[in-house]
Design a protein around this ligand. Structure first.
Ligand SMILES: *Cc1c(COP(=O)(O)O)cnc(C)c1O
Length: 382
């Protein structure tokens, strides 16, 4: 097929790799056990006994499926308990849960803005935010990554209801949005702000609620969004906001209305993850992740980013694939990330750290990485 051939020629063809027995931080592929540096299971929660037990109990009590949309069949108490917990942690009046983060964006953004309105996105926003913005029918404006002066210029010319959309930790670079400055801008221009905390919940902030909590800005953000599928080791998306906005979403968010509610066991595992995060054990696991991030960043010429996502830029697609293969042979699973996930010419290895890694595993990975020629940085060397 022409399209597949073209992708192959450009080094952009993707395929699925069957894996078995994931047990953080290990993963088994083709009978070979590898150290997994590719998952978003930053706290190793995906196999934590507290989550597994909560999900098992829910399976026993409620069965496997939710059987219909919550508006049709009645809305299970577990979902309400989960949403009240999210709202309390996010310091909002209410929240709504979706099947996943993607469905959260696709349901929420088109319910908030439409034709005649303006949506302003950071250039590096996640695909689901871009897709949702397009679907909304609002005028779409994009500012270069974290470029506040361009954001300000776009705000001066926006019309209708204006929604700014950004992320707290960017998923392919691991850097942070200048959130305090964005909040001042949105207040000055009377715009709304949606913050996607997908890679920050569980990781940043004094109790692991994310960047907004870390900066004490939760009550100034109109829509706090995130996923339970990454650091929290479960699945599902949430949107936290005022009671009125959430009531609007219940009536307008199509991915919520026209989709079977997630399994009850998913809500139970998510709730257990939120609770675990607040315990002494949860705090200790977060401290271990922080320690692993600093261990890995020692001697690396990157900014002292507090996030567990570390890009290792390569540039060329084929070179990135070759580097990923070399790591695989050495026993590490580290994916090569290529266009269209990242801009052309910036193919990279994306390393994600977890509290489940040992210092030794991290140091061994660093050694192998250091032995891989990096064309982008070596061309700058004398
Ligand atoms: C992963 C991700 C999502 C999607 O969340 P899922 O629960 O995996 O669907 C949304 N936004 C960002 C920034 C993400 O990284």
């Amino acid at each position: 097929m022409n399209e597949l051939d073209a992708l192959k020629r450009q080094g952009l063809l993707r395929s699925l790799r069957p894996v078995s027995r994931p047990a953080p931080p290990l993963i088994e592929i083709d009978g070979k056990t590898l150290i997994n540096f590719s998952s978003n299971d930053y706290l190793g929660f995906s196999q934590h006994p507290a989550l597994v037990q909560a999900a098992t109990e829910a399976l026993n009590n409620y069965g496997t499926g939710s059987t219909a949309s919550r508006l049709v069949c009645g809305s299970l108490d577990l979902f309400h308990e989960f949403e009240e917990t999210i709202a309390r942690l996010k310091k909002t009046e209410a929240s709504l849960t979706f099947a996943n983060g993607y469905a959260t964006a696709m349901g929420t953004i088109p319910a908030l803005v439409g034709k005649g309105d303006t949506i302003i996105l950071d250039k590096l926003s996640h695909a689901c935010l871009i897709d949702a913005a397009k679907l909304s029918g609002a005028t779409l404006r994009v500012f270069p990554h974290n470029d506040l002066s361009k954001l300000e210029r776009l705000l001066t010319t926006s019309s209708g209801r204006t929604l700014i959309v950004t992320e707290s930790v960017f998923s392919m670079d691991g850097d942070l949005a200048p959130l305090a400055a964005i909040v001042s801008l949105k207040e000055r221009f009377g715009a709304l702000l949606l913050l996607d905390e997908a890679h920050a919940i569980g990781v940043l902030g004094p109790t692991g609620q994310g960047l907004a909590e870390g900066l004490g800005l939760q009550d100034q953000i109109d829509f706090q969004m995130g996923t339970l599928g990454k650091a929290l080791g479960s699945a599902g998306g949430y949107l936290a906001s005022s009671r009125e906005w959430i009531d609007l979403l219940i009536n307008k968010a199509r991915s919520f209305i026209y989709s079977t509610a997630p399994p009850p066991s998913q809500a139970a595992a998510s709730l257990a993850a939120l609770n675990l995060l607040q315990t002494e054990e949860g705090q200790a696991i977060r401290a271990k992740l922080k320690k692993n991030i600093s261990t890995f960043n020692v001697g690396r010429s990157i900014l002292d980013a507090p996030s567990p996502i570390v890009p290792h830029l390569i540039g060329d697609n084929e070179a990135a694939l070759a580097a990923s293969k070399k790591l695989l042979d050495a026993g590490f699973l580290v994916p090569a990330i290529r266009f269209p996930t990242v801009p052309r010419g910036t193919a990279r290895l994306r390393i994600t750290l977890s509290a489940a890694h040992s210092s030794e595993q991290i140091e061994n990975l660093s050694d192998v990485l250091n032995s891989i020629q990096n064309p982008l940085t070596s061309s700058l060397a004398p």
